[in-house]
Design a protein around this ligand. Structure first.
Ligand code: NAP
Length: 322
């Protein structure tokens, strides 16, 4: 009985279980869902083999039914789920549980705890390909929000003016995280038959001399761009979102702007709320117009323009494949 409670209950509508004919109900489900059965999780397969036991038979009906309901939803993994944008994506997926079965990948147990520590958050390091396989198994779509994060050198005193200096920890340079780590995710997703990948990168990558490349001598935009190219060449339907400067502001209240080749960096509209980036990541899963596309993303200032609601139209404006 304990295992059955882990399966989300979905009310049965047309099943004869309500009339007490459990056996007929199960048989009908099995016959009409041959494809389904091959992809059912082990718990349900096991219950299927136990159908001769009258008590378990009823559990199997409930479980099969909920698995059937899951089939209509897309299982989506967000990596970097403990990060600032990743957290928002994870929360949005959970809020839209009618459409998505949300999963997260966090680097550490501490990061996992930041987003509630639920069982659907896996712990793995993207630099270690094997460690991320369990999270990727069985997903339909992957949203990549991992990134190398520079650290500030100690001793900086803002009251004395000047600029802080940054560094990357040994083994956590952009080459290892933004290139090898993203490549590991793309390879694992391809092997697992993932149907779509959304990758968040950064504007500025067309200019080797962009100051972001100098941070910690990490050439972060170069390595991000290499991963983006790898994704575009992978054959998997993809959406590459190159965000402008990220802000921790409310989402959904600004007009979003899409561009290409860093043209938006030459304007005053170079920033975007993390919540808006998160929303665009999820909306990209909804529309064919978002697939095989790469876009720069920023927004108009709040109070100017019309807040973006039509994401199909937004993606339709994008013409670049890279
Ligand atoms: P963030 O908070 O810096 O999160 C990065 C995430 O990557 C963290 O959750 C981190 O895990 C995870 N991570 C790092 N190394 C990992 C590893 N080896 N294995 C697994 N996970 C690892 O991200 P953000 O600021 O929301 O940015 C989202 C994306 O937008 C990034 O790609 C960023 O470069 C890009 N972007 C940023 C800006 C900006 O203004 N900051 C502008 C444009 C684009 P932990 O939580 O455990 O540390």
């Amino acid at each position: 009985m304990a295992t059955a409670t882990r399966v989300p209950f979905v009310p049965l509508t047309s099943c004869s279980i309500h009339r007490g004919n459990h056996k007929y109900c199960v048989a009908k489900s099995l016959i009409s869902l041959p494809q389904t059965l091959t992809s059912l999780p082990p718990l349900i397969q096991q219950q299927r083999t136990n159908l001769k036991n009258g008590r378990l038979r009823r559990l199997a009906v409930v479980s099969l039914s909920s698995a059937t309901a899951n089939l209509n939803r897309s299982t989506v993994l967000v990596t970097g789920a403990g990060g600032r944008t990743g957290q928002i994506v994870y929360k949005k997926l959970k809020e839209r549980s009618d459409q998505y079965v949300g999963r997260g990948l966090a680097r550490t147990e501490e990061s996992k705890e930041k987003i509630g520590g639920s069982d659907d958050v896996f712990v793995g390091d993207i630099r270690d390909a094997d460690s991320i396989l369990p999270a990727i198994q069985g997903i339909d779509a992957l949203i990549i929000l991992t990134s190398a994060v520079p650290k500030m050198k100690p001793g900086f005193d803002p009251s004395k003016g000047g600029r802080p200096e940054f560094y990357f920890e040994e083994g956590a340079y952009p080459e290892q995280v933004d290139w090898i780590g993203q490549k590991n995710q793309i390879d694992a997703a391809k092997a697992a038959g993932v149907k779509q990948i959304v990758l968040v990168g950064s504007m500025g990558g067309t200019d080797l001399n962009n100051p972001l490349n100098n941070i910690g001598n990490g050439k972060i935009l170069v390595w991000k761009r290499k991963a983006e190219q790898y994704l575009a060449d992978s054959g998997i339907p993809y959406t590459i979102i190159r965000a402008g400067g990220l802000q921790d502001k409310e989402g959904g209240i600004r007009e979003l702007l899409v561009g290409k080749d860093d043209e938006l960096l030459k304007t005053e509209m170079r920033t975007i709320a993390r919540a808006d980036v998160a929303e665009v990541c999820i909306q990209a899963l909804q529309f064919e117009e978002a697939k095989f596309k790469a876009l720069d993303l920023s927004s108009k200032p709040e109070g100017t323009g019309t807040p973006t609601k039509d994401f199909k139209a937004l993606f339709s404006q994008v013409t670049s494949r890279f």
